[in-house]
Design a protein around this ligand. Structure first.
Ligand code: NOJ
Length: 748
């Protein structure tokens, strides 16, 4: 644990001014004051101020009113016996006032710099409100689109999640934790929460150790390496031991193997929930299990406050264990500079301007939107002179535009889940942005068609079809309101809700180019929409600047560059479906599945016998991980590796030429995958190892060079340790997890 650390105390009478160590401070604390540091209370807790005054609170959650925070800190610092400042915790998940795309949308940018910048702005705004700790990033690998919290995740891949999680931590915590706008981050939810059964939030999780180590834990290790200050335990029950009592996770891995020196907070009341899980007889035993497992702070419950004292006094828990929990927490308060000043942000002058924040929000939204489909509409397809794709729209060619749908003009809904402090007034909706962009040149006819995405009536369809029929092109804004994703908002059916599919069929009757923009918190099953629509942009919940970003993409001011951070299933029954699956003993492939009219109806006999797929959905997702179209076209050529045989510890240079053969400037995300053909445990058919987002002018080519270290090929195998196992590897570089140039090398 930490060395003896210097802190300044504020209470002249009881704790002399000057440099003292945290251990000295702990030495002066009563047991009650120590337990107080382990307690996080909600801002609405009764008698909060008096509880702070008497030193029985270490942290307050859900208070982001600067005046109220100031007063709570004043009481803690000036009126409590030892003057220990408070941690003020708040969920700042994808922006504070200025809401950026949901994390899943940010993940689609594949741009760690952008993710870091968004987090920086969020931290600045939060810090200005007295918040000094947030519960982000959520780095739970999410393979189940039914789970509402997939919106808060960076998707299904351990490497992408690790890179973006580390970027978010850097943005939140800044260069130093005691910077004016730095707030402590929290890697959550340790661990495995994203696998809750059937996507039902809070449900059971069972993850074999090799899967846990190879898929679910790497982002947490990366967070630790990025210097994350805190971890949060998951609500989930992992292999029979709920995370808040899971010594294997919290002690064996987090502390002993990884050497984590920050502190661990429980999730909301998850210590008392150990009783509900049926692993503790009562709250006393729950407190005992959590403390022994290594949960330092209790969020919102009172199992510690009520029971730790007697557990120590009766010798069940050693006082030194409590001291060490307190030390972990005080150390973070010290690193945040709270003993020096609790309101550094208020005094700072180099603040980000509103215009710069909105510019960043627009850039983030621009880079998060994924173009899933783009083709000429039926009329154009028949027209040899003009087979232009539906997108981008031509401002010059259009005289009128129908903007339809329940998500076209929803300033609140475009922000997505977890926006406690979000300022809806900053939102620019697609409808307003499009009108603004086209001015008087193009007539815009708006018809929402449905009251919400969940409406089941067709009352608004006639007006929508009327608008659609009278215009040159149709843009339909569909999807899900923000309430349909997020915590405890899982869905069993991930089709477009309500009557939206019927609306699209109705609009199709107009015979005009039909563009669908989906705003949603998760992947949706949109096969039927793909049949009707000429172009589909998947925008997630893009945040305040949804409108200007989408408008720029529709009109080709910017080419779409988002790439899917998660596989899109065709039907919900395919879940879980993810690109880095195992090969199985009977793998399905295009040659083994027999199709009639595009429907898989059976399997060809192979040397394996039958193969693994669904009769009614095949074996492929609707769209693979990493997928996304552009208005330009990219070619991959000359894949070269620096050697065929690579010694353990060596580095392989991987070089490829990527050319923009289209007519517009655009981003391409170059993705490097490998497959370890034979391992001591079965290995995924592909694993992302690296990626590079490159900006290419029309006609421009670039050589992209990756350096692949053999460390990146290590996995947790039968030896129960991370090792690189010699053997043959396939390697691909390409635009997504399905396509690309291939070569191979050996590790010797
Ligand atoms: C419960 C959620 O699971 C967690 O992610 C969040 O940070 C806390 N509540 C605090 O709001």
């Amino acid at each position: 644990m930490s060395e003896v650390l210097e802190v300044k105390l504020h209470d002249d009478a009881k704790a002399p001014q000057g440099q003292v160590s945290i251990r000295d401070l702990i030495g002066r604390m009563t047991l009650e004051e120590k337990i107080g540091q382990l307690q996080q209370l909600d801002a609405s807790a009764p008698d909060l101020e008096e509880t702070i005054r008497t030193g029985r609170v270490g942290s307050v959650i859900n208070q982001a009113d600067p005046g109220k925070v100031r007063e709570l800190q004043r009481i803690a610092v000036e009126e409590s016996r030892l003057g220990i400042p408070l941690l003020i915790g708040r969920d700042v998940i994808h922006g504070f006032h200025t809401i950026m795309p949901i994390p899943l949308g940010q993940a689609a940018s594949w741009n760690p710099v952008l993710v870091e910048e968004c987090a920086r702005v969020a931290a600045e705004e939060a810090a200005q409100h007295g918040v000094n700790w947030t519960f982000a990033p959520m780095i739970d690998i999410s393979r189940d689109a039914r789970w509402g919290r997939i919106a808060e995740s960076f998707g299904e891949d351990p490497v992408l999640t690790s890179v973006l999680g580390a970027a978010m931590i850097k943005g939140l915590q800044g260069e130093r934790l005691d910077g004016a706008f730095s707030i402590a981050a929290c890697a959550k939810h340790f661990a495995g929460y994203g696998t809750s059964e059937a996507g039902r939030d809070y449900d059971t999780t069972n993850i074999p150790e090799n899967e846990l180590r190879n898929i679910y834990l790497p982002p947490f290790k990366a967070a630790l390496d990025a210097g994350v200050a805190t971890f949060m335990s998951s609500f989930g029950d992992l292999d029979g031991v709920p995370a808040s009592a899971n010594e294997f996770l919290m002690r064996d891995i987090l502390r002993d193997e990884w050497g984590f020196e920050g502190f661990v907070v429980s999730d909301w009341d998850s210590i008392r929930q150990l009783k509900t899980h049926g692993i503790a007889e009562d709250y006393r035993e729950a407190a005992q299990l959590a403390a022994m497992a290594g949960i330092d702070m209790e969020m919102a419950g009172d199992a510690y406050a009520e029971n730790l004292g007697s557990l120590v006094e009766s010798g069940v828990i050693d006082l030194s264990a409590v001291d060490s929990m307190v030390e972990n927490i005080l150390q973070i308060k010290l690193s945040l500079g709270l003993f020096e000043s609790v309101d550094r942000a208020e005094k700072a002058t180099n603040v980000t301007s509103h215009a710069d924040k909105m510019k960043l929000a627009k850039e983030a939204a621009l880079e998060s939107v994924v173009l899933l489909q783009n083709r000429a509409n039926a009329q154009n397809r028949a027209n040899a002179q003009n087979r232009a794709n539906a997108l981008p729209l031509s401002r010059d060619a259009l005289k009128s535009l129908a903007v339809i749908g329940p998500m076209a003009d929803q300033p609140y809904e475009q922000l997505g889940t977890w926006i406690f402090d979000g300022d809806e007034a900053r939102s620019v909706t697609p409808l307003n942005a499009i009108k603004d962009y086209v001015g008087d040149d193009i007539e815009v006819r708006f018809a929402p068609a449905m009251q919400s995405t969940r409406s089941k009536t067709e009352d608004g369809f006639a007006a929508a079809l009327d608008a659609a029929s009278s215009c040159d092109a149709i843009i339909a804004f569909l999807g899900e309101e923000s309430i349909l994703s997020g915590e405890a908002h899982s869905r069993a059916d991930i089709n477009l809700p309500g009557n939206q599919a019927a609306l699209i069929r109705e609009l199709k009757k107009a015979g005009k180019p039909l563009i669908v923009v989906v705003l949603a918190g998760r992947p949706l099953t949109i096969g039927d929409i793909l049949e009707e629509a000429d172009a589909v942009l998947f925008a997630w919940h893009p945040g305040v600047m949804a409108g200007p970003a989408i408008s720029d993409l529709l009109f080709g001011v910017v080419s779409p560059s988002g790439r899917l951070p998660v596989s899109f299933p065709k039907v919900v029954g395919q879940i879980p479906i993810y690109y880095n699956h195992k090969n199985t003993g009977r793998p399905a492939c295009r040659d083994t599945v027999v199709h009639i009219d595009d429907i898989a109806v059976g399997a060809r006999q192979t040397s394996f016998g039958m193969t693994a797929f669904h009769l009614d959905a095949g074996f492929e997702p609707q769209f693979p991980f990493g997928y996304g179209l552009s208005y330009s076209e990219f070619a991959y050529e000359n894949l070269q590796i620096s050697r065929d045989a690579l010694p353990v510890g060596g580095v392989l240079d991987v070089r490829v030429t990527v050319s923009n053969n289209g007519t517009c400037t655009a981003y391409e995300t170059v993705q490097l995958y490998v497959r370890d053909l034979v391992g001591s445990v079965t290995r995924p058919v592909k694993e992302l190892k690296d990626f590079r987002k490159v900006h290419l002018q029309a006609g421009e080519s670039k050589d992209i060079v990756f350096q692949l270290h053999t460390d990146q090929l290590a996995f947790f195998g039968r030896s129960k340790a991370f090792r690189v196992e010699p053997g043959t590897f396939h390697l691909w570089v390409g635009p997504n997890s399905r396509d690309g140039l291939q070569t191979e090398f050996r590790v010797i």
